[in-house]
Design a protein around this ligand. Structure first.
Ligand code: PAF
Length: 269
């Protein structure tokens, strides 16, 4: 496995790769959810490229950029074990070589809803850095977790609308045995909050089993756990309106203690 930092090193290393390239974009603090992305990339491609970069432009002014965990040695060990060929660990100046971007990717109306309503500018930051990564790495296939379902939907749409050429593949959420979705933010839960946090997945599973009343049923479970959601919505699979007879998606975001947790599940027709 080759590990590179500068943009020049990345360009040189990318030039040595041939055949299908599976790419996983991460902000590090890798857990079993990331490992599932890496495993899918390993299984489906000749070469696997990973980026580890905590992207400042997707954090709001009051968000936890400086507190974001950066366990680089452990992350590299995960990449190595998963059989990655090339890992790019750039600094801010490598990614934003021309300074703060003045031209950015506009996420469209979906970028202002759900997570976008709570985090103005977040998805412009995500899509802009992902577009840069796609241009530099030129992946054949790229793997994003369903856990951040809105991000997945927007990246998929961006690749299509801007002809970025990467096949964007969604990978199911990995969960703890009690159902809690794995997230880098789970480390901020104390023992009591960790017990309450299971209410999020329980609510979603209950809602998914009761499509006609999905939101009401899920809300009742959240109430039992004393969780007040920022949003709890049933949407179509592409996050547009729900279509009768087609799969839908039930999505929630809620604070449990300090961390804001996201989760979603499919709701079968
Ligand atoms: O999901 C993440 O970790 C980030 O949003 C991503 C896709 C790596 C872009 O910074």
């Amino acid at each position: 496995m080759e590990v590179v930092t500068s943009r020049a090193e990345l360009t040189a290393a990318r030039g040595q790769l041939s055949g299908d390239i599976g790419y996983v974009a991460t902000m590090g603090a890798l857990h079993a959810g990331h490992r599932a992305l890496l495993d899918r990339a390993r299984a489906g491609n000749r070469q696997v490229v990973v980026s580890i970069f905590v992207n400042p432009t997707q954090f709001g002014p009051t968000e936890d950029l400086s507190r974001y965990p950066r366990p680089i040695e452990a992350d590299l060990a995960v990449c190595e074990q998963a059989g990655a060929d090339l890992v790019w660990t750039p600094g801010v100046q490598d990614v934003y070589a021309a300074g703060d971007p003045r031209v950015t990717v506009a996420p469209g109306p979906l970028g202002n809803e759900l997570e976008g309503a709570a985090r103005p500018g977040h998805f412009a930051g995500v899509l802009t850095v992902v577009a840069k990564f796609f241009n530099l790495i030129r992946p054949t296939r790229t793997y994003f977790g369903e856990k951040d379902y809105q991000q997945l939907a927007l990246v998929r749409r961006m690749s299509l609308d801007l002809d970025l050429g990467a096949d964007v593949i969604g990978v199911p959420t990995v969960r703890e045995v009690d159902g809690l979705a794995l997230s880098s933010r789970n480390v901020y839960l104390d023992a009591v909050e960790r017990q309450r946090a299971v209410g999020i997945s329980r609510a979603l599973f209950a809602g998914a089993a009761d499509r006609p009343q999905a939101v009401g049923t899920a809300r009742a479970v959240l109430d039992e756990f004393g969780i007040v959601p920022d949003y709890l919505e049933l949407r179509g699979a592409d996050l547009g309106p729900v279509i009768d007879g087609e799969p839908a998606r039930l999505l929630v975001a809620a604070r449990v203690g300090s961390p804001r947790l996201l989760d979603n599940v499919e709701v079968a027709p």
